[in-house]
Design a protein around this ligand. Sequence first.
Ligand code: ATP
Ligand code: MG
Length: 230
Amino acid sequence: MTAVLEISGLHAGYGRIGVLQDVGVTVAAGEIVSLLGPNGAGKTTTLLACSGMARVSGGDIRLDGRSLLRLSPHAIARKRLAHIPEDRSLFPSLTIDEHLRLCAKPGGLDVLELFPELKKRRNRKAGVLSGGEQQMLALGRALCAGPRVLLVDEMSMGLAPVIVERLFSTLREIAASSGLAVLMVEQHVHLALKYAQRGYVLGGGRVRTEGTAGELAERWPEIESSYLGR
Ligand SMILES: Nc1ncnc2c1ncn2[C@@H]1O[C@H](COP(=O)(O)OP(=O)(O)OP(=O)(O)O)[C@@H](O)[C@H]1O
Ligand SMILES: [Mg+2]
């Protein structure tokens, strides 16, 4: 299995604060990989380091074998790495159409066909959309540029379960059909293990354990008591 995204021996943090220690994570083409772990474990920091927004002090992050270190966030995005942050980062006063026009690239997906809900509201401003519609737009905006790697932070945050299942199953179909590599952070363990093929459990800035979704689901009671202190 060749990794599209390969994080190895990563040490990263913010300013003088160290957060991640020796983190190793790989994601292959078409694969969905989950980062699990308690609050403050370093999940968001791992995604931020990949997109050039946390300080890396050791190790490497490679996309298709090429290091992303020392590239600006803008240059990393141009390497077709898309990041949907927890707050979704939409522009409240821009419409759905305007968001999609800003990012659409040849070879990208037709987001309005993918999400008819967005097509119906294409002239509405992002600020007045429901939470689910906003997350659809955030996902659509990331996908319309035809990314190679997608980082998603807490897609399910604040959304009804039926919408979350819809977003995750769409993402899984796209990963399977286009070879998109997805690294997602998800607090809901059952959702994460239902839609991801593999997962890593972080705690205190380190990878505590990893495995296939099936292995992690089976071991979950032990993982909670050994690594998550529950
Ligand atoms: N901008 C920042 N400056 C300094 N420290 C930060 C910053 N952002 C996060 N941290 C610290 O880094 C550690 C890891 O945070 P991170 O956001 O990666 O955790 P997380 O696993 O995503 O947690 P959560 O599940 O709560 O989102 C925490 O101790 C946090 O306080
Ligand atoms: Mg987080």
